[in-house]
Design a binder for this molecule. Structure first.
Ligand code: PBG
Length: 344
């Protein structure tokens, strides 16, 4: 009968299927054996916001769970992160309005908030890698990452001269890694030369090589209080156009030539293609920054019960690894370190 014939044909077809992708997915052991990428605590960089004062812990409205800490509490937090096995932290200052200026001189004050924080951190938790942000936006009254000319244009070379002073002040304070996030041309070379001349031969440079002019930075600007200063201003004349990929490769090439040890792609998840292209082209330490807006999206959905927070965060970070990131800077670093420990 026709029906029977149909069934036997189907069976025959099934038996001779030479490749069944689902075989390896059937067992837990085989899924584990074939897994190509892993997320570990060694991959994490934790950003921390430091503010003046004592015993101060100030939330960020657009980043629930993220707090600005005064130095005393920052040290305790750094110790906790180190105990969890997190290799490094990235420090961002909340600069008081009266310390902001047109020339951003507070950026290289040897007794500024960042410089004091670095000294205290290196004393309290010597094994924890300390990464400092080299950029002027927290220190300028207009919230731009550089000095302005009469037309409001961010001037390149004069800004680089200030960035060099800022980077040196961080290295003098004991920063392990200086991380220029400003996107001025030639700043990596200028900082590298100054570090060499200043006997800081082993200070690392993490270059924000491919940093895009992104709307995902909004919550960060709330956190450091630069959003109001920037107002309706934008950073299109120095940060990259989200439409471009080839340009990121040129930026990375230049930063490496100028002496960068590591390169950063920022933001993260919307730019996984950029991470992959950089890793394939240069095979250098390539990091990704899961920025404030990415954190805010995940957190908001989680708080509404729309997404399983732990599952989506771990999946997102694993995607960074698959794309070629060696390390990931994420506001979820502490939570992830705790989740990974629980899963051990
Ligand atoms: C600027 C800087 C930015 C961030 C860190 N340093 C972006 C900007 O304001 O242009 C954003 C980080 C984030 O959104 O998490 N030097």
């Amino acid at each position: 009968p026709a029906q029977l014939h149909q069934r036997s044909k189907m069976t025959y077809h099934n038996i001779t299927l030479p490749t069944r992708m689902r075989r390896m997915r059937y067992h837990d052991f085989s899924r584990r054996l074939m897994r190509e990428h892993r997320l570990g605590v060694d991959d994490l960089i934790c950003p921390l916001f430091v503010t003046e004062g004592e015993g101060l812990r100030v939330g960020v409205a657009s980043m629930p769970g993220v707090e600005r800490l005064s130095l005393d509490l920052l040290l305790a937090e750094a110790q906790a992160l180190y105990a969890l096995g997190i290799p490094a932290i990235a420090l961002f200052p909340v600069v008081a309005a009266e310390q902001k200026s047109l020339d951003a001189a507070e950026a290289y004050n040897p007794d500024g908030l960042v410089q004091r924080a670095v000294r205290a951190l290196k004393q309290a938790v010597p094994g924890l890698g300390i990464i400092t942000d080299v950029a002027l936006d927290p220190y300028t009254v207009h919230g731009q990452d550089g000095l302005l000319d009469a037309k409001g244009y961010v001037v390149n070379d004069a800004t680089v001269a200030v960035l060099v002073k800022q980077a040196l002040s961080h290295a003098d304070a004991g920063a392990d890694v200086v991380a220029p996030s400003d996107m001025m041309d030639g700043r990596i070379g200028a900082i590298r030369q100054a570090l060499e001349a200043g006997q800081h031969h082993n200070t690392l440079i993490l270059a924000y090589a491919a940093k895009y002019a992104s709307a995902f930075y909004g919550p960060f600007r709330d956190a450091v209080g630069s959003a109001g200063n920037l107002g309706k201003g934008n950073k299109y004349s120095y940060q990259m156009d989200p439409a471009n990929g080839d340009e990121a490769l040129r930026e990375v090439g230049l930063d490496l030539q100028e002496g960068a040890d590591m390169v950063m792609v920022k933001p993260g998840l919307p730019y996984l293609d950029i991470i992959r292209r950089i890793k394939d082209t240069y095979a250098v330490p390539t990091f990704a920054y899961q920025v404030s807006g990415e954190y805010a999206m995940l957190k908001a959905a989680a708080q509404n019960g729309w997404l399983d927070e732990r599952a989506v965060v771990l999946e997102s970070l694993l995607a960074f690894k698959r794309a070629g990131s060696d390390a990931i800077l994420t506001y979820y670093a502490k939570a992830v370190a705790q989740w990974l420990k629980e899963a051990e």
